[in-house]
Write a protein that binds this ligand. Structure first.
Ligand code: NAD
Length: 363
């Protein structure tokens, strides 16, 4: 990391995006952005479960098409149908209201059509701030980078997150923290994305503590949303590290829920890598405000009551070796500690059982 490289040399790309942040302001901000784009034929995307949120957000626009078929990890067949519907309705902009799955569906449409996206996130997944798309076909998740899928505008309104259950808020927030931690050893790690990630960890940790203490606290929800954005910017800039490669495979192939999987796996990847990455360790120590970075992360996880074991999500022990072999070819060369199939199996087994993450630290 930066402290160790003399002279300091790096190339950092920042993504162009407009962010409008304000509790209770989503419908006005969406209207403004639709007007700014000059869009007249809006396709609104939101899962049927998020209908109440959508009604509030869309009260100042008149969509020509409302798409409610949303599924995690964006199955290709649904994406194909959504693109066809967008074309048939001559849509000129997409407004997505929901979590990462809804944003992901809008991205799948934009990937082929180039339509601009106004994203209104209602979880802490952060997909709205990245140019990363994901599609799942035949139990394999494919991800890619394309600037066409980066939402042109992001509208954050913490009132929309008040209905997100505490357990899901915690898991989703730890998904955000995972973006920051993994960014420290990701392929394009640099001092800028590391600095954003450190501030994001502080904001997310404070926000999640606030939400657990009082789920209706807008201050906690604001902190968490702000942190989720910074975390995603950090991740988009640094790229996917080992943690994200593991979680992509677990989600895409075994259908595990995204946020909970990230929340469970993060301490294990951190334990595996942290002693081989002293610069990252120092940043995490400071961000978690702990003497030991892993202990700081685990203490936060436990304080928040986050999920701990993949077996509780229905992941089968018999799938561990297969999962390791699927992940192995995608392990980034930037990982600070060499990784073989046996290491991956040990990481996944420990996460499956929910054993003490510290057992995976470098000897
Ligand atoms: P999600 O969008 O699937 O939402 C989880 C559940 O929460 C759903 O049932 C949803 O209806 C509900 N929900 C969402 N907002 C709510 C609210 N405010 N109140 C009540 N319920 C609400 O889950 P997620 O974790 O946000 O997103 C996961 C997906 O996003 C995965 O497919 C993942 O791959 C993708 N993702 C992509 C990127 C990227 O950069 N491309 C980044 C992060 C996540």
């Amino acid at each position: 990391m930066s402290e160790q490289s003399t002279p300091l040399r790096f190339v950092h790309d920042a993504l162009p995006q407009r962010v409008l942040f304000g509790a209770g302001q989503a419908s006005e901000h969406v209207r403004q952005e639709v007007e700014r784009l000059g869009a007249r034929r809006i396709m609104l995307l939101a899962s049927a479960d998020e209908e109440q949120l959508v009604t509030r957000v869309a009260e100042r626009i008149e969509p020509v098409l409302v798409w409610t078929e949303i599924a995690q990890h964006v199955p290709v067949d649904i994406a194909v149908a959504a693109r066809a519907a967008a074309r048939a309705a001559s849509v000129d902009a997409l407004v997505s209201v929901g979590g990462g799955s809804t944003t992901g569906m809008a991205k799948a449409i934009a990937l082929e059509t180039g339509l601009p996206i106004i994203a209104v996130p209602t979880t802490y997944a952060g997909s709205e701030a990245t140019n990363v798309w994901g599609l799942t076909e035949a139990e394999r998740k494919t991800t890619g980078i394309d600037d066409r899928v980066l939402p042109v505008s992001v509208v954050y309104d913490s009132e929309l997150t008040l209905t997100l259950p505490v357990a899901l808020s915690v898991a989703s927030g730890l998904n955000g923290i995972a973006h920051c931690v993994d960014a420290l050893w990701a392929p394009r790690a640099d001092p800028i994305n590391a600095a954003l990630g450190a501030e994001a960890i502080r904001a997310l940790a404070a926000g999640l503590r606030g939400i657990v203490a009082d789920p209706q606290s807008l201050a906690g929800r604001d902190d968490a949303l702000y942190g989720a954005y910074l975390a995603a910017v950090s991740f988009a800039s640094a790229g996917s590290g080992l943690h994200h490669k593991i979680c992509h495979a677990l989600g895409g192939t075994y259908g595990l829920p995204h946020a909970q999987t990230h929340a469970i796996v993060l301490p294990y990847v951190t334990a595996f890598n942290v002693d081989a990455a002293p610069g990252a360790a120092r940043r995490l120590q400071a961000a978690f405000g702990a003497d030991d970075p892993l202990a700081g992360l685990v203490a936060l996880r436990d304080e928040l009551g986050a999920p701990r074991a993949l077996r509780d999500l229905g992941f089968a022990e018999s799938a561990i070796d297969e999962a390791a072999s699927i992940i192995l070819p995608s392990v980034p060369p930037s990982n600070p500690r060499p990784v073989d199939a046996g290491d991956l199996a040990r990481i996944i087994r420990a996460a499956w059982a929910g054993t003490d993450p510290a057992e995976l630290r470098a000897p």
